[in-house]
Structure formats: C-alpha cells, structure tokens
Design a protein around this ligand. Sequence first.
Ligand SMILES: C[S@@+](CC[C@H](N)C(=O)[O-])C[C@H]1O[C@@H](n2cnc3c(N)ncnc32)[C@H](O)[C@@H]1O
Length: 404
Amino acid sequence: MSEPILHGPELLARFQELDAFLVRHQALWRPKPFTQLQLPWEAELPQLAAWLRGRTLEQAEANHGEPWALDAPAPFAQLAGRARALAALGELPSAELPSRPSRFGVDVPGRKLEQIQAFASRLRFDRRPRHWLDWCAGKGHLGRWLTHEDQRLTCLEYDPALVAAGVELSRRLTLDATHRQQDVLAESATACLEAEHTPVALHACGDLHVRLLHLASARGCRQLAVAPCCYNRTTAMQYQPLSNAARVSTLSLSRDDLGLPLSETVTAGARERRQRDRSMAWRLAFDLLQRQLRDSDRYLPTPSLNSAWFAKPFATFCQDLALLRGAPPPGEQDWSALEARGWQRLAEVRNLELLRNLFRRPLELWLLLDRALYLQEQGFTVQLGSFCDYRLSPRNLLLLAERA
Ligand SMILES: C[S@@+](CC[C@H](N)C(=O)[O-])C[C@H]1O[C@@H](n2cnc3c(N)ncnc32)[C@H](O)[C@@H]1O
C-alpha cells in the first residue's frame, strides 16, 4: 500500500502520536554518543549496548540507510518498526506542468535543477498564482522555473552577489522579475509581502522559513509552499513552538536536539566520507586525550577545522588542537595507540547512533507538523508530503498551504 500524505485532522492526530513516542523515548535519542563516553540508557539496555558496541565501522555503514533491517537485541526492532510507521509519509500528487524550455535550466547545478523540477511538479493550487515570491532565493532558480509569461516574480535574498547573478539570469530570459536584496529577518521584510504573492521557499533554514510562515499569515497571502531545512539554524537556544499543539507538549527541544534530523549525509561521495571519518576519528581520539590532560570527564567542543588540519601528522593535530582549545600540552604520548582508540570509538559511536537515528525522521516530522498545524490555525488548508526522493535531497518534505 502506498504511504499517505497528511492533511485535515490527520495532521493533529499524527502529531500527537509522534509527540507521545518522542517524549516516551527521549532517554534514547537525546544523549549523543559522540560527546559522551557512556550513555545513560546503556545501563537499562546492556545487551543492546554491548551488541552495538561490538560491531565494526563497516557494519554501521552497511545499515545506515535501513536501520530497521538490523537484527539487534530488543527493543531495537520494535522501536524501529514504530518509528518507521510514525514517519511514513507519501509523495504529494504531481501537477500537470507545461514543459519548460531548456534555457531555464542553464546555469542551474544538476542536483538543484532536479530538486526544483520536483518541487515545481507538486504545486497544485486551486487558484493560479499570479505573482511568485521566492524566499531566500539565492540566484532565483526556483522562482524563474515557476514563472510563466503571464506571471510575475519577486526574489528576496540578502547576499548581494547572488542578487546580482539573479538579475543577470532573469534579464537573459527576459522575465518580469525583481531581485531584491533583503534580509528577511529585518523589520523591513514585512512590507515585502503582499496578499497577492504566492511565496515559495526551497530549503530555507530554521528562522528564515519560520519568519515566512508568520509574515505570509499576517500579510494575507493565500497560498504558499515551503520545504524547510536546518531546523537548528535559529537564534533561540530552546525551540519556540509555533502551533497550539506543540505549545502544550512537554517536549522541550534544545538547539542541539534540532540538529538530529540533519545528521545524515546521503549525498556524500566515497572520498568525502573517508575525509569525514578521519576527521571524526581524530576528534574522538583528541577527546580522550583532552579528558586525560584536563583531568575532567567532560567533552570539550572543537570548532570546525579546514582540511589542512587533517593533512598534519596526528600528533601535530593533537598538539595544535590542545593549544587552540587551551588544554595543557600533551607531551609524550603513544600516538598510534591513541589514534587507533579514536577509530575504535568511531565504530562504537556510529553503531550506537543507529538507535538514536531511529528518531531522526520522527523528530523531523514532528517539526514539520508543528508548522502545518500553525498554518491550519491561520486558516490554511494544508497538505504535507514528500516532493522528491530521499536520495535527491534528504530534506524532501513539502508543506503546501492555501486559504480562501
Ligand atoms: C540553503 S540556501 C537556499 C537557496 C535557494 N532557495 C535554493 O534552493 O537554491 C539559503 C539562502 O538563504 C539566503 N539567506 C540566508 N539568510 C538570509 C536572510 N537573513 N535574508 C535573506 N536571505 C538569506 C542565503 O544567502 C541562501 O541563498
């Protein structure tokens, strides 16, 4: 049976089921194996913990995309089944689209073009949009793809270089487009939205798409389509619920928790993965070292480091990082043993994360449903479903909203 898209009363019903599931099992998904040597749940589920810790890095990778297929001790399979059922969401129906001349795809990177085509193909509104508003538009590729002869386009973007590139691309296609340099979080953004606009946002981060939902509702827009991403890009340290249902939930989310849905990299190539593994293994090794040097059993955050850091010998990497983070100098160490322990920890972390990852999609859907329910409260009829395959973009969920 194909999976359902969500609309009407199903939005609240699914939200409440997800809410109960996430609240009940928060001890399993909140603690991060990367920053804690021992997770509190391991004492409750020693068999599962030992089984996961006994596996290799390659085994963790093999099950990465399909954790429910894992033959792990209880209650893994039961949790996986429930998580999968609660996160099930179908594809939004496709709309009949007039084809676009190929010149509209010129200069759009291949993967982005496919995402745009998929996004555009799901936009079925009762009334034909007259004026598209591409929110955090970049160069405005999405807006241009959507805009036909009798329609207008406004793109909002705060990076002047992207605005200038967008102006040039629209000019070449002789489109009726305005590219405005605008910080959408600034007070002045309010005046950029008009009731006749149909806002669209493809992968606008945390505060940026939330701002759109608020402004579009307040300014009387009648249609919008939003595919959110980066829920953790917010100024607030604690998640600010949007809907009444989320406001009464006992689930309180830190900014760190909001990163859970984003922690998968389905699009990375083999070389990228190898670099990422090395960077993580070295950081985990450094974590063991810094605990010893500082005589403290606490994780010490390290900043993002460019690739030159990982081209250094491992000992130099640790010495330089200790200096950067104000830890005592490491002195003489058995560097190869320490590096090997980092790799061993990486294998354990990746396998322990298989349990945490079961909650990734349920949490993402909880966040999407908070947005959907907010729009419903604002008088919109809302549909929530996917717009493209997960492998094309893991942020493949789309909110479609329209009101009379
Ligand atoms: C993830 S990109 C998405 C761009 C485009 N929608 C796409 O799918 O290619 C987010 C865009 O938001 C822009 N942006 C970030 N903060 C902004 C702000 N405060 N106001 C306006 N645009 C912003 C960035 O410059 C970037 O172009």
